[in-house]
Design a protein around this ligand. Structure first.
Ligand code: UDP
Length: 140
């Protein structure tokens, strides 16, 4: 096991329902530590750049609209195997497929409005952290 960092986003459906604290509690209970955090409201370009890998997928346009529909909370999480640990506590993309006790099972609305993002690899985590935070904003 290695100490890693990963990027987490609490999405607009969760900020709208004022459940960011409940989600952060689940992350902390899983052993993850918030070492950077900011609340922002993305412009279309921010969402398009972040989700560029999905630009040819049928859900891309709706995803960009949704991710710019309200504030989000972006975080860097640190912990043992942070990428995999975070993916486990998030649960599957669709809340109906997510395991009991996961964030998406408990709070997700549907496959799009699924409350959280988490990097899917150490390599992508590094990229996403660099996109969203300056070095001095991360206090480990
Ligand atoms: N998404 C969607 N429809 C789909 C698949 C994904 O709206 O059929 C959205 C959903 O918000 C998801 C995001 O696009 O979290 C990125 O998709 P990905 O396949 O990378 O899932 P994740 O890694 O977030 O579980």
């Amino acid at each position: 096991m290695a100490t890693e960092r990963t990027l987490s986003i609490i999405k607009p459906d969760a900020t709208e329902r004022n459940i960011t604290g409940k989600i952060i509690s689940k992350l902390e209970d899983a052993g993850l530590r918030v070492i950077a955090q900011k609340r922002v409201w993305w412009k279309k370009k921010d969402a398009k750049d972040f989700y560029e890998v999905h630009k040819d997928r049928p859900f891309f346009k709706d995803l960009v609209s949704y991710m710019t529909s309200g504030p989000i909370v972006i975080q860097v999480l640190e912990g043992e195997d942070a990428v995999a640990t975070n993916r486990k506590v998030m649960g599957a993309t669709s809340p109906v497929d997510a395991e009991e006790g996961t964030i998406r099972k408990e709070f997700g609305v549907n496959i799009e409005r699924n409350s959280v993002h988490g990097s899917d690899s150490v390599e992508n985590a590094k990229k996403e952290i660099d996109m969203c935070f300056a070095k001095k904003e991360i206090v480990g």
